[in-house]
Design a protein around this ligand. Structure first.
Ligand SMILES: N=c1c2ncn([C@@H]3O[C@H](COP(=O)(O)OP(=O)(O)OP(=O)(O)O)[C@@H](O)[C@H]3O)c2ncn1[C@@H]1O[C@H](COP(=O)(O)O)[C@@H](O)[C@H]1O
Length: 119
């Protein structure tokens, strides 16, 4: 594998459609049978349960980062992103809006942005 290809893979740039595909799957599964769909089961339980689940997955990600294996961290990070996307869908927020916000921030240093808020 070339260095450029390795870099693309490391940055996830070889999978530009992953999040868009997952967002579409989550939207499509929202009203599926809760007995066979985790997305539908979460949706049926409501936003507070989904939000709590996201919080649990975020904490599990922190624990994996501090004391778990690399594999644990990858798995918990995936769980966190997935449950964040289920929560956004349940709140009617298009994941593209989050991506657009990240694009808007591109090139704006977090240090400079924080300093501009304290002036
Ligand atoms: N990416 C995911 C995904 N990631 C995690 N999960 C589920 O999220 C649940 C997490 O619950 P728990 O934390 O209780 O499970 P756990 O982490 O194994 O248990 P603990 O270790 O916390 O005790 C598990 O049932 C996982 O299978 C997911 N379920 C679905 N998807 C995607 O959503 C699509 C639709 O799924 P369904 O709606 O289930 O058809 C799938 O095709 C996938 O693309």
């Amino acid at each position: 594998m070339t260095l450029a290809a390795t870099h693309r893979m490391a940055m996830g740039m070889d999978r530009p459609d992953t999040l868009a595909r997952l967002a579409a799957t989550i939207a499509a599964r929202r009203h599926a049978d809760p007995a066979s769909s985790w997305v539908a089961k979460l949706h049926a339980r409501g936003v507070p349960v989904i939000a709590r689940k996201l919080g649990e997955e975020a904490v599990e990600t922190v624990v994996a980062a501090l004391s778990g294996s690399r594999e644990d961290l990858v798995g918990e990070a995936a769980d966190t992103i997935f449950h964040l996307m289920v929560l956004l869908d349940a709140k009617g927020v298009d994941f593209a809006e989050v991506l657009a916000e990240l694009d808007r921030r591109d090139g704006v240093s977090g240090i400079a942005e924080k300093a501009s808020r304290s002036e």
